[in-house]
Design a binder for this molecule. Structure first.
Ligand SMILES: Nc1ncnc2c1ncn2[C@@H]1O[C@H](COP(=O)(O)OP(=O)(O)OP(=O)(O)O)[C@@H](O)[C@H]1O
Length: 610
């Protein structure tokens, strides 16, 4: 993560933040800008009115001539009281409009990521987290900071110009008091920004432990293994380490700011004594002295808010940079220049000399895999843990591209096909399937969004996956919410909210979701029955067998009894297909498959026979 960006990039980010804000609120943004500029002018107007009034009083001007100035002075007081209220209201409206636009754009950009590699990159995840944080109000904050800086610059410039007209010496004194302080504050704020960036890793680790300590998923292990104390101590170590770094910076800040405040006060006091002396000698009017006092205070507070705005803008620009990087990112998988239309599968799918590793610095997972899945046949992939079975599935869905070799769909390289169309032709149950905090019907219906409301199809899919009885036993049947989250107030009042299923019951729903897509060309089942009881597993595989007939499918299972009737069984080992054939052929061959099958069977045999 960076703490500095080129001037051109910073400018582009500022322009884009203003652009986004304007697009989100076409009337609100100009109004907000006008109020901001007004805020810069009001202190100047008040100082001028005070000067004119005091000079008039000293010169004995008739009260009728002074009344308008008194009214204007009172009006500046009213305006400076109302401005913050109106600005805050507009700012909040602006933030809400900007949040809708930026969130929409951010998640559209995420949707453009069709592969998985970038999502798995920890640096990308860091960026994404920052982008999510800043997306909502980042542009608004940048506009705010930019406007605040302009406002401060108007006030400072106005006072300096006024003093230059009245007396050059006074302008020089005000500058002498403000400029070194401005420079020092800028340096301090840059040092603080660097410190804050330097502690982000510690803060992230702290957040990780804090999240772990309150995570429902981790609760069982944390309690059983008594890990709460360990993680709490680790969290505190990270927190105190971050605090120690910030404490050092706080001390440096306090020292420097104390020194600066003393210096500024000294210069201002000297200037004040000098201006009073000039006034006594008749070279300055009382109004001029009042203007000098207002200018010293005005320039000081304006330069402080300038520093604050610049520091805050610096931070906001860096965060907004991450948002823009995510928003501007191109799609992660190469897109064919003229993607071919993807026809319904006719001849089959072929993996031709496929080599794959997850990153250049990681070991090869697949080393020249050759496999064909003829149309209408079933392929079973077996192999030890980590052999690369799920990796092949992910390549078939084109979540990654092979590093070498190709996967062909009826002879066409997957890379030449539109990825959305390819996926529309595939149904799958992944090993790490999702559990959606939605109703049972929606959990199944998501398999085919166009049939989500087609209850008949949803129920039929549930029947086939052995999920129907599970679902009908729920308090509201298919409409039962499977969640512990409250979606709205009505749910909160409902005692039937938040039904949780067992692991195997969830798996049946995931299977039903896949069955809703069974008219697709390729059905992929990665460990579809690992969590099912023996009876359910038997029923599911009988159902699978029936529905697999004539369909093209890939099945992965460690329970070899469930894959024995596949048309072809391929054994993966060492990143290659070590054996392939029907169950009978492989058993007769006496290789790895036969060894594993006998090993598993012997477990049952021992129990049954002895
Ligand atoms: N996203 C990933 N990033 C990096 N390496 C990965 C990733 N996913 C899997 N791997 C690695 O690739 C190898 C193959 O994993 P894969 O999940 O394909 O094996 P598998 O045969 O399905 O194993 P299992 O039987 O345990 O499910 C493993 O060494 C694993 O560590």
């Amino acid at each position: 993560m960076t703490t500095s960006l080129g001037a051109r990039r910073v400018l582009a980010l500022l322009v884009s933040a203003f652009g986004l804000t304007y697009r989100a609120a076409r009337a609100g943004t100009p109004a907000y800008v006008v109020l901001g500029l007004l805020g810069g002018v009001v202190p100047l107007a008040a100082a001028w009115c005070t000067k004119i009034l005091l000079d008039g009083l000293a010169a004995g001007t008739a009260w009728a001539a002074l009344v308008p100035w008194a009214v204007v002075l009172a009006a500046t007081g009213l305006v400076s009281g109302l401005l913050p209220v109106a600005s805050q209201y507009l700012r909040q409206r602006l933030d809400r409009s900007v949040a809708v636009l930026t969130m929409d754009r951010l998640y559209r950009a995420m949707d453009r990521l069709t592969g998985l590699a970038r999502m798995e990159d920890p640096r990308f995840r860091d960026k994404l987290q920052l982008a999510q944080q800043t997306g909502r109000n980042g542009p608004g904050r940048l506009v705010d900071d930019g406007l605040g800086a302009v406002q401060a610059a108007i006030t400072t410039g106005g006072f300096l110009a006024t003093l230059l007209v009245l007396n050059t010496g006074m302008a020089v004194i005000v500058l002498l008091a403000a400029v070194p302080a401005l420079i020092a504050h800028l340096r301090l704020s840059r040092a603080r920004a660097e410190v804050m960036w330097s502690i982000t890793p510690a803060e992230r680790r702290e957040a990780f432990y804090a999240e772990l300590l309150s995570s429902l998923d981790a609760a069982k292990e944390l309690r059983l293994l008594g890990l709460g104390d360990l993680f709490r101590r680790r969290m505190l170590v990270e927190l105190t380490a971050a605090h120690a770094v910030v404490e050092g910076q706080d001390r440096r800040d306090a020292r420097a700011q104390g020194l600066l405040a003393g210096l500024t006060a000294l210069v201002s006091a000297a200037g004040l004594v000098w201006s009073v002396w000039l006034a006594a000698a008749g070279s300055l009017s009382i109004g001029d002295v009042a203007m000098f006092v207002a200018a010293v205070a005005g320039v000081q507070s304006a330069s402080q808010s300038l520093v604050h705005n610049l520091a805050s803008a610096h931070h906001s620009v860096l965060l907004f940079h991450h948002y823009r990087e995510i928003e501007e990112q191109p799609t992660d998988l190469p897109v064919a220049v003229a993607p071919a239309e993807i026809p319904a599968l006719r001849s089959g799918i072929e993996l031709r000399d496929v080599w794959f590793r997850y990153a250049d610095d990681q070991p090869w997972v697949l080393r020249g895999v050759n496999l064909t899945i003829p149309h209408g046949t079933s392929l079973a992939l077996v192999g030890l843990n980590g052999a690369g079975k799920s990796t092949i599935v992910k390549l078939l869905c084109r979540f990654y591209d092979p590093c070498r070799g190709a996967i062909l769909w009826d002879g066409a390289d997957l890379r030449s096909l539109p990825v959305e169309d390819l996926r529309a032709r595939i149904g799958a149950v992944f090993q790490d399937y999702m559990r959606y905090d939605l109703s049972a019907a929606e959990n199944i219906g998501l398999g085919d969004v166009s049939s989500m409301d087609d209850r008949e199809r949803v129920v039929a899919a549930a029947h086939r996956a052995g999920a129907h009885d599970v679902v009908t036993a729920l308090p509201r049947g298919y409409d039962t919410l499977l969640s512990r989250l409250y979606f709205d107030e009505a749910d909160r009042e409902d005692p039937e909210t938040g039904v949780l299923l067992s692991g195997g019951q969830w798996q049946r729903l995931a299977l039903a979701r896949a069955f809703l897509r069974d008219r697709r060309d390729l059905m992929i089942l990665d460990e579809p029955s690992s969590g099912l009881d023996a009876q359910a597993e038997h029923e599911v595989h009988s159902s699978l067998r029936r529905h697999r007939e004539g369909a093209t499918s890939v099945l992965i299972s460690h329970r070899l009894g469930t894959v024995r009737d596949a048309d072809v069984i391929a054994v993966l080992a060492g990143g290659q297909v070590a054996e392939r054939g029907t169950h009978e052929e492989l058993m007769a061959g006496g290789g790895e498959y036969a060894r594993l099958f006998r090993l598993q069977a012997s477990g049952y045999d021992e129990v049954v026979t002895g």
